[in-house]
Design a protein around this ligand. Sequence first.
Ligand SMILES: [Zn+2]
Length: 311
Amino acid sequence: MGRFVKIGIMVAALAVTASCRNSDVTREDTSRPAATVSTQNAGDNRVAKEVFGYLPTASNQRSDAIGGYARGCQAGAVQLPETGPTWQAMRLSRNRNWAQPETVDYVQDLSRFAATLPGWEGLYIGDMSQPRGGPMLTGHASHQSGLDIDIWMLPPDRLNLSRQEREDLSSISMRRQQGAYTNSSWTEEHMRLLRAAASDDRTARIFVFPGAKVAMCNWETGDRSWLNKIRPWWGHHYHFHVRLTCPAGDSSCENQAPPPAGDGCADAQTWVNNILNPPPPAPSTGTPAPSRGPLTMARLPSQCSNVAASN
Ligand SMILES: [Zn+2]
């Protein structure tokens, strides 16, 4: 029986690793449950991703990030223009280039900085959120409240990609040795970009593979405070994931607890060491908690019912 549990954990770990290439199924993604107990949508057992996954346009409401990154939705989202002077949105068929206005401003600001870096015309932007946020039919556990952005690691050499090219082009991996180290595609410009992204007050945290975090820890010779927001995580070697804090005035938006104090470099190095020399598996602590199944509308903040039903 212990053996089956162990195999189950290994399978689960493999599933997480495999899915992280296109998604961000992370414990760090799990924010606190909605602070306000939902009454309005109690008993609404519709599966939330099947409600939000097909809504093609933003809600006609005041802009509002609602709930947590992994249990929420967004009202009054805006669409990142498909092409701008220093960015292109990728995979337009997914219709995930929607976010809160603050998030779209952030992307445009960061892309302007990126365009100053040698070899970078700007940024290729991956998934943001669905038009009304919420859980997705495929991929991410987070990206629900209009405050998460996936940014490709591939330096854009042109910003006139056609719709079809944006479906076909792939980003490139930056890792070797299962993420313990960066590979030869990783450059100082990547580090300058991530430093600028993390140094912005709007940023809560950034997810990137552990070898990249250690590379930045070793590279930075000045102020190290920005490293606090760089969080080593599984996957995240084709893109990095920026998570913004709740916009001022969004009263139902739930921030995550800030990262632990300090630059986090020792923890990242430990993670790398464990990749290179895996420790023996921890003894099983018993039966894993039963899955709660897909998020239902009843488990989202009650405002999300209005967001889904709005014009
Ligand atoms: Zn992401």
